[in-house]
Design a protein around this ligand. Sequence first.
Ligand code: NAI
Ligand code: MG
Length: 495
Amino acid sequence: MIKQEDINTLRNKKIETQSLFIGNKQIPAQSEETIEVTSPIDGKFLTTIANANENDVDIAVTTARKSFESGSWSKAAPQERKKILNKFAELIEKNTIELAVLGVRDNGTEINMAIMAEPSSAAGCIRYYAETIDKMYGEIAPTSENILGLIHREPIGVIGAIIPWNFPLMIASWKFAPALSAGNSVVIKPAESASLSLLRIAELAAEAGIPDGVFNVITGDGEITGKALAMHMDVDVIAFTGSGVVGRKILEYSARSNLKRVYLELGGKSPNIVFADTQDIDKAVTQSLGGIFRNSGQVCVAGSRLIIEEAIADEFTDKLINESKKLIVGDPLDITSNIGAIASQDQLTKNLSYVKSAMAEGALLKSGGKQINQELGGFYMEPTVFSNINSDMQIAQEEVFGPVLSILTCKDEAEAVKIANATVYGLAAAVWTADLSKAHRMVRSIRAGVVHVNCYGGADLTVPLGGVKQSGNGHDRSLHAIEKYTDLKTAWISL
Ligand code: NAI
Ligand code: MG
């Protein structure tokens, strides 16, 4: 059980001016430029982070490359890497509350969720991949008698990870944990508005014994630091989570530089379909609310389009709105809040502009829609529900990435599929029904990386997460993620 006192003792702790973390130490940026970090909790100055320029990025990448070539990690015995990664996970767990509070002061996620989804899940992810290290075998090809065909799996080299602000530790670990387990060196670029917890775990990585230069964190502007990393000639892979706009740019940077591999996780406009035969309507209401409003809707798999079968649409909508009014939006470091702050002023402004444009399009505002808690000085917004939505409206097509739910209705299964697939995205979906055959038909018909049935969310490390269509490519989590950070090499041996 987390105690409010433990959180309170950390909430005002001074945060030193931050440097870059390269070669297992903090080094100031050559650029001598900084970015001010504002806490979304109260809108106040928190600290400054370095704004790394091309030169700084080059130092980080060169350091990572040197460590890779040295073999200190890439050629270390699997058991040794496993031991160190497990130690890294242990250190993160030991510092769970400190890391969670630091992250919340940076990005506003409600603390109960932050503890679970950030340090705890990052530690779990590191352990999961640490366990794979000494269990991944090469292959022997089914060749003719006079040939021995061996297929080796090798680390690739320097992996760049560009991370968003919604769940920095969790999303970064989905990338660096399989990358490190395979023997690569990594350079991580967190988001401007959520760098602090990743800078902190870099120290823990060093403390755990990850060799010099294998785990580096560089901070700064996307357009400067992120771009320099993605343009770098000696980065082999960029693993990115964030917006489609930036995802496109990264593909371009790859094409303009060294054709590095690019893996993109770009969010969605995920459909959550409730059929009239749903058995547990109350569960569907609760999980539909969680699906859109947890972390203020700042979740890539958020169920932002609720599609209800007409027969139960009014009843379900009323119940959902009733329940949504019970959600407490407040100080994310208060353990009784259900929803914390919006990560930044920019994101809040973007959310509110979507509310305005949805109303202009003819959507019916059923609840919420406004900024609240202004007395706290931070960035807070009511859970917002719109009905009367047509699939071709902007509010039904674009990712808001905020606490804004669009309710649509469908006549039957066929129409549900049609609406579900009518966006450029394909990340997540959910179907609620008591009909087993219908559930399986829906799973097959919906174009998405994950289709939940009679639940929304909760998938764990054992299953891949990745999008289709403009939600991206490649998968985080599960053993499949290792494929992104390894190369296959054939040895064709004449006997
Ligand atoms: P963003 O896509 O701009 O930022 C994500 C990361 O990319 C950050 O580390 C940023 O510094 C970096 N970046 C930005 N421009 C770059 C460039 N030119 N080259 C290389 N790296 C660059 O996301 P932003 O602006 O923070 O949020 C905008 C929208 O993106 C959100 O409203 C949401 O719709 C979407 N988003 C989706 C996420 C997801 O989980 N799929 C996470 C965060 C944002
Ligand atoms: Mg941006």
